[in-house]
Design a binder for this molecule. Sequence first.
Ligand SMILES: Nc1ncnc2c1ncn2[C@@H]1O[C@H](COP(=O)(O)OP(=O)(O)OP(=O)(O)O)[C@@H](O)[C@H]1O
Length: 256
Amino acid sequence: MLHVNSISKTYHSKPALSDISLYVHAGESIGIIGESGSGKSTLGKIILGLEKPDQGDVHFRGSNLHTLKGQALKAFRRHLQIVFQDPAGSLNPKLPVWKSVVEPLENYPDVIPSFLKEVRHDRKKMAEVLFQKVGLSPELLERYPHQLSGGQKQRIAVARGISLEPDLLVCDEPTSSLDVSVQAQVLNLLKKLQRDLNLSFLFISHDIAAVQFMCERIVVLKDGILVDAFLTNELFSASRHPYTKMLVEMSMEQDR
Ligand SMILES: Nc1ncnc2c1ncn2[C@@H]1O[C@H](COP(=O)(O)OP(=O)(O)OP(=O)(O)O)[C@@H](O)[C@H]1O
């Protein structure tokens, strides 16, 4: 479904990504791990079409993303959504949250996701169904972002992210701004949505335990270079790249 072919990107003559290739099949979850500055977010932005690579291309559902324009690009974007680390950033502080949840649907009036068919004539009911999908009470529909907890806001950002029934959800550190107790709840929600909606995930995180929980395969970036790629159940294999082993060791030390 998604093929990233030999992507390179340089900022101010410093390579942020060098010759990165990877693929994601429908319904699959891929984790991208690496330390700060390793190029994870840059890769996510290129896949979302928010940044252009200097070299290489991204094919999604058979089309080259960086050559699409106008309506074709818009139609393509619908299938690719993002959940950011900071949920507040993706919610308009001046709108009751239900309006932020259905905003993407307003940009795509012809799109009726399968789970919203029965309520398609009523925007607020659509928001209510999306709230249900992410485990939020309808009592919160009229609230403003500042009246909600971090976990509730992230659920709302997830509801917005799935509102157009995308194929791929790019999650960029989706739990790192949350309290530890809430992180697991949001991860469980994402996993449930993946099953229910047959979503693919590109899960960007420095939290190896979260990636291990969410993803079937893991890709490791170091200084913009893909140094290791493997099935999650091979995370502790002796054949792992020394850098992967170091990341695993560091994450275990944090948990001690
Ligand atoms: N818009 C930009 N302009 C200049 N340099 C950038 C830009 N975006 C990223 N970089 C640089 O590219 C490199 C990779 O950054 P990137 O944000 O992709 O890493 P990351 O692994 O996502 O880090 P973090 O976990 O801290 O978000 C870094 O050296 C960063 O400073």
